[in-house]
Design a protein around this ligand. Structure first.
Ligand code: AHR
Length: 554
């Protein structure tokens, strides 16, 4: 266990005022001699608008995510709004959730949406896709889907938290007609169709206005074991002439797993065999990337390569970040391959599953398959990932962390009446300030982290982050990945001066720190005013931390 006792550990310390019409960190006469790092935000180099949708979420009907996580039922003693966990609603409102993906994941390609509408007491019970992975003590409703949380309940959940629904259609086991009917159920005007009447009978006369539709999920695997060419053909068929009901429909095609460049190339080559115009039917290309291999290069085996969510050393910490940092080359790489055919880049990336994936056993609720307890490491990982998305606003249109609650990179953990916000949830709240801002190119220079990777030298960058401008407000987020060294950092804005600001930092003296039902506030952000004095804004960025600077510019 690594402890870092004798430093400014729990909050960033900043002092100074900064005006650099031409910021030049190394040459600045005002530079603090103690500074070892610099950040320069370039006001004159905008990268594009950060779509709020890159701060999206994923709720799959998988083990404890829906039942016991989001949904407690209308008659539950757990405080709820029409069956949805109230504490979850209250917390989610704080993070400005733009979009939520449902019902899967792999579950989507075994799901018939018709089972989840109509009178709740008449809905069928079905075997859940994830049944095979449930442990014997798992409750029945994990194994056999009671269909109490269907389209109506999901859309109400989205409304309560101020979010948009993103529904994933079943391509593997239902015909295209079922997809059209789902769109009709959700979007056809009041009184217009039998399905609109069915919706009204359930208490929802107004159309749901669902814009985002995933056309299958992981079509290369659980979504049908297609070749990219076969899937492209299916995609064309499923998306041809879907009635829109005056609601713009944005289709997301099932993209690659991690570095599968051939899936991207194969799909794009095939889709345009019917003409380049086909590209206009695709809003997003879904990339899935999980960071799971902590074997330090020893194996590529999915089970053996995974690490533990709670028990890890400093090397495992860096290895996870290194795995996660590959997201940037994935974005650039798939973008380049897409561009070989989609030269105008009409199709954007939708990274609708991302996060660390550890081996089982660290969850707060033992019966929940794929539940793990996120630590400070996962918060730093998540900050780093969101910064990557912010740096590519021209490419990434939407994203979803996998998953929202009780699964993998959870923002929240819940069981019965117990609930907590994880360090990852806190990062999402901090980073929500970036939504809709103009991303700015920002230069980070800091000493590299060097470590020993089982006898071989390895390294990782010393500081990185992202910046966005909202009128006169600058949001700058910074990750310090070093487990024990703070970075004394001079921060400059080329083309403006800083009038005032605050610094919010998430860190802890123990890199394993996490929140739990018994200790809900072990890891939580701290906010301080930035002290303006002198000419240089110098901040001490604590080790193992995520920091958000909210700065008012003059
Ligand atoms: O998020 C868990 C699973 O991971 C999803 O169902 C699937 O799409 C992916 O393989």
């Amino acid at each position: 266990m690594i402890r870092r006792r004798d430093f400014i550990r729990t909050s960033v310390a900043c002092a100074g005022a900064l005006v650099f019409a031409r910021y030049s960190p190394s040459a600045s006469a005002e530079s603090s001699s103690a500074a070892d790092s610099q950040i320069e935000v370039l006001l004159g180099e905008p990268l594009g608008i950060i779509s709020p949708n890159i701060y999206g979420h994923f709720v799959e009907n998988l083990s404890g995510v829906v039942y016991d996580g989001a949904w407690v039922g209308r008659n539950s003693k757990v405080p709820n709004v029409n069956g949805i966990r109230k504490e979850l609603i209250d917390e989610m409102k704080k993070i400005k959730p733009p979009v939520v993906r449902f019902p899967g994941g792999c579950f989507a390609d075994s799901y018939d949406w018709r089972d989840g509408v109509g009178p709740v007491d008449k809905r069928p019970r079905r075997t859940n896709f994830w049944d095979g992975g449930e442990i014997t003590s798992a409750p029945n409703h994990h194994r056999y889907d009671p269909n109490q949380f269907g389209t109506n309940e999901f859309v109400q959940f989205c409304k309560l938290i101020g979010s948009q629904p993103y529904l994933a259609a079943n391509v593997r086991s239902l015909p295209a007609e079922a997809f059209y009917r789902w769109v009709e159920y959700c979007n056809s005007p009041t009184g217009s169709t039998t399905l609109a009447d069915l919706r009204a009978e359930a208490g929802y006369p107004d159309p749901f206005g669902v814009r985002y539709w995933g056309v299958g999920n992981e079509a290369w695997g659980c979504g049908g074991n297609f070749t990219p060419q076969e899937y492209a053909t299916e995609f064309r068929r499923y998306t041809a002439w879907v009635p829109g009901y005056k609601q713009e429909l944005s289709f997301v095609a099932s993209g690659p797993n991690s570095f599968e460049w051939d899936w991207t190339r194969g799909f794009f080559e095939e889709i345009v065999r019917k003409g380049k115009g086909q590209l206009r039917s695709i809003f997003g290309w879904a990339l899935h990337y999980y960071s799971w291999n902590l074997s330090r290069g020893r194996t590529q085996d999915w089970d053996q390569g995974k690490g533990d969510a709670l028990k890890f050393d400093a090397i495992d910490w860096y290895e996870l970040l290194r795995e996660g940092d590959k997201m940037e080359s994935l974005i650039n790489g798939h973008w380049q391959v897409m561009g070989e055919i989609d030269s105008e880049h009409l199709v954007k990336l939708v990274i609708d599953e991302w996060g660390p994936w550890y081996h089982p056993g660290s969850g707060q609720t033992a019966e929940n398959q794929l539940e793990q307890t996120p630590t400070l490491r996962d918060a730093v990982f998540s900050g780093m990932t969101l910064d990557i998305f912010n740096r590519h606003p021209d490419k990434v249109a939407m994203a979803a962390s996998a998953q929202l609650i009780n699964c993998l990179n959870s923002l929240y953990l819940a069981h019965e009446d117990k609930f907590c916000v994880t360090p990852v949830g806190h990062v999402f709240q901090m980073y929500s300030a970036h939504q809709g801002g103009h991303a700015l190119r920002t230069i980070f220079s800091a000493p590299t982290v060097n470590y020993d990777r089982d006898g071989k030298p390895a390294s990782f960058w010393g500081l990185k982050g992202s910046a966005s401008l909202h009128d006169k407000e600058l949001v700058l987020t910074v990750v310090n990945p070093h487990v024990s060294e703070a970075r004394v950092t001079e921060i400059g804005v080329r083309g403006a001066s800083i009038r005032s600001g605050t610094a919010t930092t998430l860190t802890h003296s123990d890199i394993h720190a996490h929140n739990s039902f018994a200790g809900r506030n072990v890891v939580r952000p701290q906010t301080k005013d930035v002290e303006i004095k002198g000419k240089v804004l110098t901040c001490t960025i604590p080790p193992a931390s995520v920091t958000k600077l909210s700065l008012t510019l003059a």
